[in-house]
Design a protein around this ligand. Structure first.
Ligand code: C5P
Length: 271
């Protein structure tokens, strides 16, 4: 069986406050791309995972891979008596703000829910997903949605962005999430309202991420200079940035310009 693991992007990410446990209350618009990883599974007695593809090394094959943690969590919670031989094709850059690990974990939950015949409703999968990481619940849903609290409290977003041309650029610097949150200046710049146009929204982690990986500022400046661009924004805690375009021709033109810079790039569409 095969399950797609679409890359996650944050079209906006507003930080509100630091919580007593060190986590952060935030508001975000999650969206997902046609580009992503692919998870394969075959029936087996035990759980196992192999990882292949461009970013396989960085993703890790071991029990700490979020795919196996998700599979084990579902196995334990459902009492499923079966395992699965899982194979992950890893195309999403790791530690890049694209939720790669979360997308893979969410794909494992959806796929094993089918393969093991559990028939859990999505909300139950999302609830289990939230215990695996703040983004995993949104990745289970894999459609544009609004995330509050730590990102796990999901509600529908009124605007559909399906088909919007999007360019993802990663300058090849892995940015760990925790230190970016810690470097935030803790100033609440206000929440997200659905009446606000995308270009009036922000990613409040940008300044902190640029402090850790200054090249992110170069990426954003390069995207802003492209013709036909709607918005540019850093995704998650970086370093990947995204640009939404008016049409496919401008997307192709932008992708060519970014390829010349030597940065990892992916021209795709929002799903
Ligand atoms: O939940 P996840 O494992 O994706 O989070 C990675 C790190 O990001 C956490 O260890 C925490 O330091 C930080 N984080 C946070 N506030 C959030 C989500 C994540 O501070 N809402």
């Amino acid at each position: 069986m095969i399950e797609p693991a679409p890359a996650k992007v944050n079209l906006a990410l507003h930080l509100r406050r630091r919580l007593a446990d060190g986590y952060h209350e935030l508001e975000t618009i999650f969206a997902f791309t046609e580009f992503g990883d692919t998870l394969h599974a075959a029936p087996a007695d035990a759980l196992s995972l192999s990882v292949e593809g461009a970013f396989a090394g960085a993703a890790g094959q071991g029990a700490d891979n979020l795919v196996l943690r998700a599979a084990s969590a579902l196995q334990a919670a459902s009492g499923a008596g079966q395992g699965a031989a899982l194979r992950l094709e890893k195309g999403i850059p790791v530690a890049a703000g694209l939720g790669g690990g979360s997308a893979d974990a969410a794909a494992a939950l959806r796929l094993l829910n089918r393969m093991w015949g559990l028939d859990w409703p999505m909300v139950r999968l999302e609830h289990l997903a939230a215990s695996l990481g703040a983004d995993v619940a949104a990745c289970v849903r894999m459609r544009t949605c609004f995330g509050a609290r730590r990102g796990e409290l999901l509600s529908p977003w009124p605007v559909a962005f399906t088909g919007t041309p999007v360019l993802l650029i990663n300058p090849g610097v892995a940015v760990p999430t925790g230190p970016v949150f810690q470097a935030w200046d803790q100033i609440d710049r206000g929440g997200i309202m659905s009446t606000m146009p995308l270009d009036a929204l922000r990613n409040d982690m940008t300044t902190a991420a640029v402090g850790i990986a200054p090249v992110i500022a170069d990426v954003l400046a390069a995207l802003d200079a492209l013709p036909g661009i709607k918005i540019s924004r850093m995704s998650g805690s970086g370093a990947t940035c995204l640009a939404l375009f008016d049409d496919a021709a401008h997307l192709a033109e932008g992708a060519a310009a970014m390829a010349a810079r030597g940065w990892w790039h992916m021209a795709t569409r929002l799903r």
